[in-house]
Design a protein around this ligand. Structure first.
Ligand SMILES: Cc1ncc(COP(=O)(O)O)c(C=O)c1O
Length: 468
């Protein structure tokens, strides 16, 4: 492929600068100090190219976010045009800008039912912080000042601010070197059917999870609970598809108890599973608050949106003595980011990318399922363009391979050698390719991952780490 960037970069110099100065999200210091970073210099469609001119199919879609694919001139032009016209506008109190006003109305149009109001931020983490602050404010304005507790789930990921990290609870993220909010945040079991308790049917598992929620409500007292927060499909916790009926029943319990239901759709929103949002179209629920980011701008600009219902808006805005919603950011409704989001949504509509995600996503999901036949594969799960493969040493006991083998990384490296990027997380390789994925690219992804798994299996056997 012709590199647009030509030889403008000095690979070794960049590697060194990055190595010496950039503290990356989730740095693993031991390996980083020796390996440093893979330097990406350009992208086109579903492909990215590194500084040495090697091209990869980006099976991650950036970080679950490059939904319309790379290299969209239209988006670059919108950024430049808005930058020239008005690069920044103060959003506080009663000033606005055209892209933010347009985007808030568009989000109200595409979000389910009565979710007609939006608070903007700059990331999924900040959009989740906003959702929690909104929930507290809502109950306070309704005179229910005790409702401060938040119920979340294990395996969830809600971002990396202090509050976001405390809402989430993935094993690998919790370390004694950090601190977490524990006084008002609680975690229920992950709705992880593959690893449900031995001897339980999937329906019994759903009952168990719903009962656990009810018991937690009883224990804390509903008058003390502000919200339940859930990713409709847990993303970096392992692309966990909840058991049938789970979300609907959890939503019912929340409603019955006056608890706001927050759907963190930072990953599942904007087409990843073939719809603008998964809550209603996939799971049949209308949350009180939907949190979005990532695909909202396809990663071309940082932007988060917390979209909430008329009922929440009516409560927070009810007449009262000198009430201020004292929350928001310098960059709330940033004109360049909002202009990009408007164009991004237009592209998704114009190019039929929701439909493509449905069609190619169904094919991808079905073909990826074929990998279940491989001995190292315990589970293949997810929906459409949000999928993962879980590796096990023993399919009967579901025991994982020893951590030192680092199986997902080993397999992802073998994919990389073949021109494919997938994302290793623990014992899983995760995929979230752009919504523009073609059938042929979906096949390449599955075939390449399959070859890499086979090669890793042979290597492990040769090394005596797997029974021959
Ligand atoms: C479900 C979910 N919520 C929130 C976030 C945090 O988003 P950000 O990294 O933009 O802060 C992520 C990021 O991966 C996510 O997957």
């Amino acid at each position: 492929m012709l590199q647009r960037s030509g030889n403008r970069f000095n690979a070794q110099e960049l590697w060194q600068k990055d190595h010496d100065h950039f503290l990356h999200p989730w740095t693993h210091f031991d390996s980083f100090k020796t390996d440093g970073s893979l330097i990406i210099t350009e992208g086109e469609g579903a492909y990215i190219t590194d500084v040495n001119g090697r091209q990869y199919l980006d099976g991650l879609g950036g970080m679950w976010c490059v939904n319309v694919g790379y290299g969209r001139n239209e988006l670059a032009e919108v950024m430049a045009e808005q930058g020239r016209l008005l690069a920044y506008a103060n959003p506080f109190v009663n000033m606005t800008n055209a892209p933010a006003a347009e985007l808030s109305a568009k989000l109200a149009e595409i979000a389910p039912g009565s979710l007609n109001h939006v608070a903007f931020s700059t990331s999924g983490s900040c959009a989740n912080d906003t959702a929690i602050r909104l929930a507290h404010f809502y109950h306070g304005r309704n005179g229910e000042h005790g409702r401060k507790h938040i119920i979340s789930r294990f395996n969830s990921y809600h971002g990396s601010t202090y509050l976001g990290m405390s809402l989430g609870n993935r094993d690998g993220d919790r370390t004694p070197f950090f601190n977490y909010v524990t006084d008002f945040i609680h975690h229920l079991s992950a709705p992880y059917p593959y690893r449900r308790p031995e001897g339980m049917t999937e329906d019994q598992f759903t009952d168990f999870l719903v009962d656990e929620f009810k018991a937690k409500v009883k224990e804390l007292g509903k008058e003390n609970i502000a919200a339940f927060i859930a990713e409709p499909i847990q993303g970096s916790g392992g692309v966990v598809m909840p058991p049938k009926g789970y979300l609907k029943r959890m939503h019912e319990v929340a409603k019955e108890n006056g608890i706001l239901f927050i759907a963190d759709e930072v990953v599942t929103g904007f087409g990843r599973v073939g719809h603008w949002f998964a809550s209603q179209d996939v799971f049949g629920i209308e949350p009180d608050i939907i949190v979005s980011a990532k695909g909202l701008t396809s990663g071309y600009q940082p932007l988060g949106a917390t979209i909430f219902s008329d009922a929440v808006y009516d409560a927070i805005s009810q007449p009262g003595p000198d009430v201020w919603f004292a929350h928001g950011f310098t960059y709330s409704g940033h004109p360049v980011a909002c202009a990009v989001a408007n164009k991004n949504i237009e592209i998704i509509e114009r190019d039929g990318l929701l439909e493509n995600a449905q069609k190619v996503g169904d094919h991808f999901e079905k073909r990826l399922g074929e990998l279940k036949a491989l001995p190292l594969v315990g589970d293949v799960r997810g929906k459409r363009l949000m999928m993962c493969v879980e590796y096990v040493a023993d399919r009967k006991t579901k025991a994982h391979l020893p951590d030192e083998i680092n199986i997902s990384k080993r397999i992802s490296k073998l994919c990389e050698k073949r021109g494919l990027l997938v994302r290793p997380i623990g014992h899983l390789d995760v995929m979230s390719p752009p919504l523009t994925l073609t059938m042929a690219q979906a096949d390449f992804l599955v075939d390449t991952l399959g070859e890499a798994i086979n090669e890793a299996t042979s290597e492990l056997k040769k090394e005596g780490l797997l029974a021959a």
